[in-house]
Write a new protein. Structure first.
Length: 220
């Protein structure tokens, strides 16, 4: 079934002078792994931010996991229950341990502290960091930090993972490891993934590749 449904989405900045999204129509099925590709400034991040309810459009409709953005007043709750975010820069909290970072989204759920800890440890072993759970992120390599960020994104069992250039700051070998991990998790955790990239090789790993230019989808 359809988990993301977008109709005629328009988003402008600077009093309408910048048309970041210029009439986007898009449907994504539950469990799909979709990439959004396009050159810098084409509107990829803006589109991803809309799907994550991080920003509101000028017009058009957007429905995610059965929730219409216009009709919900509980955006934080929606995001913390349904969406896991992975960014180019991992955004880990430096003075918390790896495990504590992964536990953050779980505080929004009803799990008690024992279950929270178990979930975090399960995810950290899934991403191959079982032996680094008590370290601070600053002690890790770039690829390891991104794997922590991936574990954190999965922590609250989201329906959708939104990833914005998740390998953008990694070298090619580390990128490949992180991408392999994302592919593996897509299969194991049965989650819908929307991944933004400017890199064709990365985009081609997805089940479907959506190309954006000047705020419009030019191929899908
Ligand atoms: P991409 O992710 O493909 O690089 P973006 O979605 O970041 O593209 O940006 C699309 C266009 O909207 C660009 O021209 C960008 O400069 C502009 N833009 C994005 N966010 C903002 C903002 N918060 N304020 C003003 N302009 C913005
Ligand atoms: P990307 O790496 O995907 O191209 P950007 O670096 O363009 O992303 O944008 C990073 C963040 O800055 C986004 O949240 C975007 O909305 C915001 N942003 C992009 N362009 C502008 C702009 N011209 N003015 C203000 N904010 C912007």
């Amino acid at each position: 079934s359809v988990i993301i449904k977008i109709q005629n989405l328009i988003k402008t900045y600077e009093n309408g002078n910048i048309k970041a999204l210029n009439g986007i129509d898009l449907e994504i099925e539950e469990g799909e792994f979709v990439s959004i590709i396009g050159q810098s400034g084409s509107g990829k991040s803006t589109l991803l931010n809309m799907i994550g309810f991080l920003d509101v459009p000028d017009s058009g409709t957007i429905e995610v996991a059965g929730i219409d953005l216009k009709e919900t007043k509980h955006l934080d709750e929606f995001r913390s229950k349904k969406i896991g975010f992975i960014f180019q820069l991992h955004n880990l909290i430096p003075n918390l341990t790896v495990q504590e970072n992964v536990e953050i989204p779980i505080y929004e759920t009803s799990l008690n502290s024992k279950a929270r800890s178990e979930r975090a440890l399960y995810l950290l072993s899934l991403v191959g960091l079982k032996d680094k759970v008590n370290m601070k992120p600053t002690k890790l390599s770039g690829g390891e930090r991104q794997r922590v960020a991936i574990a954190r994104a999965l922590a609250n069992n989201p329906s959708i993972i939104l990833a914005d250039e998740p390998t953008g700051s990694l070298d090619s070998k580390t990128s490949k490891e992180v991408l392999d991990l994302i592919l593996e998790l897509h299969e194991k955790e049965n989650v819908t993934i929307v991944l933004v990239t400017h890199d064709t090789n990365v985009a081609n790993l997805a089940n479907r590749c959506i190309e954006v230019l000047d705020g419009k989808i030019i191929s899908s």
